[in-house]
Design a protein around this ligand. Structure first.
Ligand code: TYM
Length: 377
């Protein structure tokens, strides 16, 4: 048994991503694949740094693209509580892919899922969070004519026939094995996976899903049934989970303040949280730190900068070397993170303001949205 666990709902322990690739049966993104992607664009920081690290059938997606068959993107968000910066990572990467390949993107906001899975949340709580999240997602800057954002409870009429076709193919014993459902699981939750799968059938082209690897169990079921329904097995590209502020074990939580930086955190809150909670790979005293150096491999400030906040390869290398050698102190490293986070959040707030005018396009009036409301899947 591994000493960590990853499911769509929880992460326990320190994840060994090489082992997870084996457990889940996915493929590592190797140098050959990276070289292939780099023919289309300069690699995104998160690809260069191995933060997007695993995939399913990404090579087939590129084959289809090169042959002119094209592909489409799909990702999602479960509006259960405040969105944190980790939730934005797959969104940012989706935007990059959409810019590079100029393809359609479908974004599912799962108000149904979160209502069913979160015991303590009312329908009204979830609806309020859904509206906030859609604005945060719209702020990422997708193409409004090629992106359709919807919430499950609203779009259900257009997808229910296909959801039923999916539901008919998936037995309780499969979903028990894949998701760990038990006799105590409510029947809504048992049915829900059919909805998360249906978006992979929005077009006859191959679907590519950029998301953290925690969502992969859904794609496993999809891949078992897709061809029998006349569609492609979905492809996926997986990112690692940004570790919680409090240390490299488990995952950031929407309900545990100290573990995450929320998109709504003020500059003062960011400073306070990082200074107080960010797990440090530094030494207990300055003298020891100067003499022995710090350990960036377990230092969350460094991990966050490395994953996506410091995009300059030379700068991140210098930070790593200086920290390892003891030249850079923990407080100084934390300050670099605070500055980067606040810059990132300030830009996000600006974009969110601008996106207020765009939400309607993403949901209803943009070219793709209009097409989607006019058809039944
Ligand atoms: P949710 O809301 O839990 O997560 C939204 C997206 O963020 C990813 N993610 C993270 N990425 C990096 N670091 C983290 N710490 C971190 N935590 C979460 C998730 O993998 C996800 O991509 N059931 C889904 C909603 C959904 C969906 C989808 C997600 C519906 N269809 C298709 C991805 C793709 C959910 O509750 O996501």
């Amino acid at each position: 048994m591994a000493d960590f666990k990853v499911t769509p709902w929880e992460v326990e322990g320190k994840v060994d991503y090489d082992k997870l690739i084996q457990q889940f049966g996915t493929q590592k993104i190797d140098k050959k694949l990276l070289d292939r992607i780099s023919k289309f664009a300069k690699l995104h920081t998160m690809l260069r740094r191995g933060y997007f690290f695993s995939h399913r059938d990404l090579d087939f997606v590129l084959d289809d693209y090169e042959k002119g068959k094209g592909f489409f993107l799909y990702t999602g968000r479960g509006p259960s509580g405040s969105m944190h910066i980790g939730h934005l990572i797959p969104m940012i990467f989706n935007k990059w892919l959409q810019d590079v390949f100029d393809v359609n993107l479908y974004i599912e906001v799962t108000d149904d899922e979160k209502f069913l899975f979160k015991k303590d949340k009312s329908w009204e709580d979830i609806q309020e969070q859904t509206n906030k999240d859609i604005l945060d997602i719209a702020a990422v800057g997708f193409n409004p004519d090629k992106t359709f954002i919807f919430k499950d409870s609203e779009y259900i009429k257009n997808v229910y026939p296909m959801i039923l076709k999916i539901a008919k193919k998936v037995t309780f014993s499969t979903s028990k094995a894949v998701f760990g459902f038990t006799n105590d699981t409510n029947i809504g939750s048992i049915f829900y996976p059919a909805y998360q799968i249906v978006l992979t059938f929005f077009e006859k082209k191959r679907c590519l899903i950029p998301a953290a690897i925690d969502q992969d169990p859904y794609w496993r079921i999809q891949r078992d049934i897709a061809e029998s329904l006349g569609y492609h097995k979905t492809a996926a590209i997986h990112n690692k989970l940004l570790p919680p502020l409090t240390g490299v074990e488990g995952k950031m939580s929407s309900s545990r303040e100290e573990t995450a930086i929320y998109l709504s955190d003020s500059p003062e809150t960011v400073k306070k949280k990082v200074m107080k909670y960010a797990f440090s790979g530094g030494r207990p005293t300055i003298e020891e730190h100067r003499k022995l150096g710090g350990n960036p491999d377990i230092d969350v400030s460094f991990q966050w900068l490395y994953a996506f906040l410091e995009e300059d390869d030379k700068k991140i290398k210098k930070i790593e070397e200086d920290y390892r050698s003891g030249k850079l102190l923990t407080g100084e490293l934390k300050q670099i993170l605070i500055d980067k986070l606040n810059k990132f959040l300030e830009e996000h707030r600006k974009q969110r303001k601008k996106a207020e005018n765009l939400v309607d396009k993403f949901k209803y009036s943009g070219k793709l949205a209009k097409e989607m409301w006019n058809k039944t899947i």
